[in-house]
Design a protein around this ligand. Structure first.
Ligand code: SF4
Length: 683
């Protein structure tokens, strides 16, 4: 970590290390709390060692907002909130840049009775509202809005601004012939398409002062058909450097690109060549920041050591662990972002408040999690126990958590960080629950890092982890002496009621994950939910002699093809109309596209007849149809594994049932959050 944790100067700002916390929209930017929640979020990251933080995009005018909860830097009610954010970060020793943002044709302006604006009237797959073309006068006014936004940011106490010019937003729309079909001073050839971002940069520098750093988030590759070629990208980089940008922060891909950029299926480090070529082109004239799919400081260190960038920008990793920097400096375990997108980007796109699957406290630094609805036959007992005194001076109480999957790990963590004694029982010989299966799936190895993080944290907090200990009647007396119990025993695979389902060629999905190397060449999966998709991904992935990053690039037309061997013929069968229900919006399409590329057959609306030794027999309009298989795997949902509930309910001890044990669902976002909530509620 020698390089990445070494100090650097950027636009006159002395940064303690080379990790910039990247921009993330949080969905609480307009919360009517005076900016308290927003300030607490950023202050927690600054306190955890973040050096320079870039805020979520603050729109320079109302028509440029990316959703209903965006802040608008020019509107009066947002100023106190933004000022509070800057002050809170400064109080904890950090630096903060306001990102100036305009969504252009990606705006959801109809929510405000407005029509999105863009260089040209080119609709997008990403936004439901078609844009209209900006007039020349409106372009000039928009440049003024950026300039005023920068001056306001400085007045409100920010240390810098970043211009959002990547990911397909307005500035990026001007640089691309896909969306800029003008033939005036703002479009017509590559040089004129660069005129708008350069004019914005110049105006912003004029308004904010030459000593005020202006970072520019530029697109290293739009990943769109007809996008600017490498020469155009590098020309923009050189001109931005000449125009005084304090840094070039290199983003990858547009929201409507069909190449995934930040999903777990993208191998970390895939995008390093893009900042590298920009860095070579600007030849030291301006620092270059690499971003996208960098989720560990060790990767960042390699990237810097290879000379691919001067700094790195990490965003979601700061959701997963606000103490990412401090923990890394102290060689303590880090809660790694696993690239699931489920509680962050998917929620942001749905205009919901952002959090993090593996860190449910993210975005809830003040309110934490509401306590509601747990079965509490012994509330009076708990109250009496609580009456013993303050947080520090009283005796620690003992709590039991049964099950060490996501919900149980989070519950044990919440209780232990509050100073309580915790015994965590787990029937398997390893914690992790469903995460132990997920980590086997290509692209999901980091789910194993979550298990490692929680195991290490719980050990450091003194939690007693009893592995290979299925709780039963012998534990009754011990549980009865606890101050509270969390039942987090997860789920069981749901059996299917089909003739032949008990045959020797039929496996449950946990059995199939465990025996993935030994299954036959033709596998039929009965079921089409998230677990079935994961299993199909694992079984069809195959092997390559090359680096997974090159394989990913080859599969998406970004590099020469690589040979792949060993993938099986996999068929998913589903009664319902949709494969992959329950998978997040930003991940489902990428996973299904990968399956189709590998020849996985995705069949919906099927009617089962029976399972035979030769495969699955379907009932069709024209008679039975055999889908041949050496192995049939049942992944047709789950049932709550809550057999202990009656015994625990009899103990007159406050308890909560959480995660899959409560509802039979496999939803890790809910499970982590419910576990943490239960831990807090039981105290
Ligand atoms: Fe990372 Fe998933 Fe957390 Fe988002 S929700 S920050 S992708 S771990």
């Amino acid at each position: 970590m020698r390089r990445v944790l070494s100090p650097v100067t950027l636009g006159g700002l002395a940064l303690p290390h080379r990790v910039v916390m990247g921009s993330m929209h949080l969905g609480i930017e307009d919360r009517d709390d005076g900016g308290a929640a927003l300030a607490a979020f950023y202050a927690a990251r600054a306190a955890g060692g973040a050096g320079l933080i870039v805020t979520g995009g603050s729109a320079v005018n109302r028509v440029g907002t990316g959703g209903v909860h965006y802040s608008v830097v020019g509107e009066r009610e947002h100023a106190p909130r933004l000022a509070r954010v800057a002050e809170a970060v400064h109080e904890t020793g950090g630096l903060i840049a306001l990102q100036l943002f305009h969504a252009g044709r990606y705006a959801f302006a109809a929510s405000f009775g407005l029509r999105p604006v863009a260089p040209s009237a080119v609709p997008s797959r990403f936004s439901p509202d078609p844009p209209r073309a900006l007039t020349g006068a409106e372009i000039a006014a928009t440049i003024d809005d950026f300039a005023r936004g920068a001056a306001t940011a400085r007045r409100l106490g920010f240390d810098a601004v970043e211009l959002m010019g990547s990911e397909g937003y307005l500035l990026n729309q001007f640089t691309s012939a896909v969306t800029n079909r003008r033939d005036d001073g703002w479009g017509g050839d590559a040089a004129r398409r660069r005129a708008f971002p350069l004019a914005v940069l110049a105006a912003v520098r004029d308004a904010a002062g030459a000593d005020f750093p202006v970072l520019y988030r530029m697109s290293g590759a739009d990943l769109m058909d007809g996008a600017p070629d490498t020469d155009e990208v590098l020309a923009l980089a050189r001109e931005l450097a000449r125009a005084g940008a304090a840094a070039l922060n290199v983003g990858i891909g547009w929201h409507e690109s069909r190449v995934p950029t930040v999903q777990a299926v993208v191998p970390p480090g895939t995008w390093a060549p893009y900042p590298a070529r920009i860095r070579a082109a600007v030849a030291g004239a301006v620092p270059v920041i690499a971003s996208n799919r960098i989720n560990r400081l060790a990767q960042a260190e390699q990237l810097l050591a290879a000379g691919d960038a001067d700094l790195v920008s990490l965003a979601r990793p700061f959701l997963a662990d606000p103490e990412l920097i401090a923990r890394s400096r102290a060689a303590r375990p880090v809660n790694v972002c696993i690239g699931c997108n489920q509680a962050c980007i998917d929620r942001s796109l749905a205009d919901e408040p952002v959090s993090c699957m593996v860190n449910p406290a993210a975005g809830r630094e003040l309110s934490l999690l509401p306590a509601a609805g747990f079965a509490d036959p012994g509330a009076a007992v708990a109250d009496a126990t609580r009456a013993g005194g303050g947080e520090r001076g009283r005796d620690r109480r003992r709590y039991a958590v049964v099950g060490a999957g996501p919900a149980g790990l989070a519950a044990a963590h919440a209780l232990a960080t509050a100073g309580e004694r915790v015994v965590l029982y787990e029937a398997a010989d390893e914690p992790g629950g469903q995460f132990r299966l997920a980590r086997l799936v290509p692209g999901k190895a980091d789910y194993g890092a979550t298990i490692e993080y929680y195991a290490a944290e719980l050990a450091a907090l003194g939690v007693e982890l009893r592995l290979a200990h299925p709780v039963g009647p012998d534990d009754r007396a011990e549980l009865a002496g606890c101050a509270g119990i969390v039942l987090a025993t997860g789920v069981l695979p749901r059996p299917v009621d089909l003739p032949g389902a008990d045959g020797p060629n039929v496996l449950t999905y946990p059995q199939a994950f465990a025996a993935a190397d030994r299954l036959g060449e033709r596998v039929v999966v009965v079921g089409g939910g998230g677990i079935a998709v994961d299993l199909a991904h694992l079984l069809s992935h195959g092997r390559t002699d090359g680096d997974e990053r090159n394989r990913f690039r080859a599969e998406h037309g970004l590099a020469a093809p690589l040979g792949v061997t060993g993938g099986r013929q996999v068929t998913l069968l589903r009664r319902g109309p949709r494969i992959g229900t329950g998978i997040g919006r930003t991940t489902r399409w990428a996973l299904l596209a990968a399956l189709r590329r590998r020849g996985v057959l995705l069949r919906t609306g099927v009617r089962y007849d029976r399972i035979t030794p030769a495969g699955v027999l379907l009932a069709g309009a024209d008679g039975p149809e055999l889908v041949p298989a050496d192995t049939v795997v049942v992944a047709a949902g789950q049932l709550p594994a809550d057999a202990l509930r009656p015994m625990i309910a009899e103990l007159a001890v406050p308890y909560r049932v959480v995660g899959g044990a409560a509802d039979g669902a496999v939803d890790a976002v809910t499970a982590f959050a419910a576990g943490a909530e239960a831990g807090r509620a039981l105290r």
